[in-house]
Design a protein around this ligand. Structure first.
Ligand SMILES: O=C(O)C1=C[C@@H](OP(=O)(O)O)[C@@H](O)[C@H](O)C1
Ligand SMILES: C=C(OP(=O)(O)O)C(=O)O
Length: 422
């Protein structure tokens, strides 16, 4: 383990304009759809990070040519997916849930594994679904093997997707290539992260596939080809949130460029959350500006749709002057780490008052102090520690390098942010 990273304290209100790299969720969906298409596609403004590198390596292993130049990825043609192949999912939910539904189309064995924590992340639902749709699957969690025969029947499947929206998204990305197409019924507690499913539906449609999502908890995909698209990837709005939070906690001003006027990214919800907490938020001509005030209020908020934002919002809540309750996020226990346990523990380590509830976190105002903030190999835990460290001297993060999962330049970008502090 490298030396802990001393989180820089803001010398005053931060003032910066930040350009955020491409969205993980859009990049990794576009790569799957490009691989499933028989004609070449390009991605511009793509994310280049550990999660997208793992996705690209997965397609290389299956015989799909992809080349990266700067933030442009060119995906060449393929004559189907070929095994035997070994795929490393790292800790990427998008690789472990999006690649197997496509890899069942391969003509040989495909073995999947990942980081130690990846072996604990929920996978059973999607592997059972693939079995029910005609695939041969050995195992119920990472590591597992698909025994491909070049195609699967598809048809109708009923799943419980309450542990992750990625079960639905993964199946939807590939369903058109199944002989009978695909119908998914969800039965169980509500599906989290619905905007991410909307993102999938929108992108699958953009690739020319007919998707019917009229009926709640049901998605129907007609069998057919997946078209080639030249994707323009939006900035990652979830990765923008620590930078915007920096304005809110220091009473400064941060502008993020390239903010889309319409998007399926759940990170867009940060505008409303920061406004509720007392910041001034304006979106003008694609530039989102957050101005912090001298007051940061707590929030009571259902985060089920936007669970990915929880570490940032929890860090803000720990610095707020009134209590917060973050609800609807029991599924975060299956993320990169158990995020509810991790946030409660680390906020407590720096003197805060945070407890887990059945489906979220309760955070009350407290005077914070320095301490070693553990990241648990979770990029968003690391950036949450950095937010608190802006205004609490003596916070260090044990593994800032873990931000490479989706934002390899985080430490340098954070230093630049502070370079403009008054
Ligand atoms: O499909 C996606 O790109 C994602 C879906 C969400 O997963 P869950 O539904 O498992 O929370 C989100 O948290 C994750 O960061 C990215
Ligand atoms: C939950 C997350 O990632 P993953 O795609 O690995 O599920 C996340 O980035 O917050």
């Amino acid at each position: 383990m490298p030396q802990p990273w001393s989180a820089p304290v803001a010398p005053g209100p931060v003032s910066a304009t930040v350009t955020i790299p491409g969205s993980k969720s859009l990049t990794n969906r576009a790569l799957v759809l490009a691989a499933l298409s028989t004609r070449p596609s390009t991605l511009t403004g793509a994310l280049i990070s550990r999660d997208s590198d793992l996705m690209i390596a997965a397609w290389h292993a299956l015989g799909v040519p992809m080349t990266v130049e700067g933030t442009t990825i060119t995906v060449g043609t393929n004559d189907g997916f070929h095994g035997p192949a070994e795929i490393d999912c790292g800790l990427a939910g998008t690789v472990m849930r999006f690649v197997p539904p496509a890899a069942v189309l391969a003509d040989g064995q495909v073995r999947f594994d990942g980081d130690p924590r990846a072996r604990e992340r929920p996978m059973g639902t999607i592997l059972e679904a693939l079995r029910a749709l005609g695939a041969v699957v050995e195992g119920d969690a990472l590591p597992f093997t698909l025994v491909g025969t070049g195609g699967i029947a598809g048809g109708t499947v009923t799943i419980d997707a309450s542990a992750s929206s990625q079960f639905v998204s993964g199946l939807l990305l590939s369903g058109a290539r199944y002989d009978k197409g695909l119908t998914i019924h969800h039965v169980g507690k509500p599906v989290p992260s619905m905007p991410h499913i909307d993102m999938t539906v929108e992108m699958v449609r953009a690739a020319g596939v007919a998707v019917d999502d009229e009926e709640p908890n049901t998605w129907r995909i007609e069998p057919g080809p997946v078209g080639a698209v030249d994707w323009v990837i939006e900035p990652d709005l979830s990765n923008a949130t620590p930078f915007l939070a920096a304005a809110a906690v220091t009473g400064g001003e941060v502008t993020v460029t390239g903010w889309p006027s319409k998007t399926t990214q759940p990170g867009d919800a940060i505008r409303d959350i920061l406004a509720q907490m007392g910041a001034e938020v304006t979106l003008v001509d694609g530039s989102l500006t957050v101005r912090g005030s001298d007051k940061l209020s707590g929030v009571d908020i259902d985060m089920r749709d936007v669970g990915e934002l929880t570490p940032t919002v929890a860090a803000l809540a720990a610095l707020a002057d009134s209590p917060s309750v973050l609800r609807g996020i029991a599924h975060l226990r299956g993320h990169e780490t158990d995020r509810l346990a991790a946030l409660a523990a680390e906020i407590t380590t720096v003197g805060g008052d945070a407890t887990e509830t059945e489906d979220g976190l309760a955070i009350r105002p407290a005077k914070l102090h320095g301490g070693l903030w553990r990241a648990y190999a979770d990029h968003r835990m690391a950036t949450a520690g950095a937010i608190i460290g802006l205004v609490v001297p003596g916070v260090s993060v044990d593994d800032i390098a873990t931000t490479a999962k989706t934002l390899p330049d985080f430490p340098a970008m954070w230093a630049d942010l502070l370079g403009g502090a008054r």
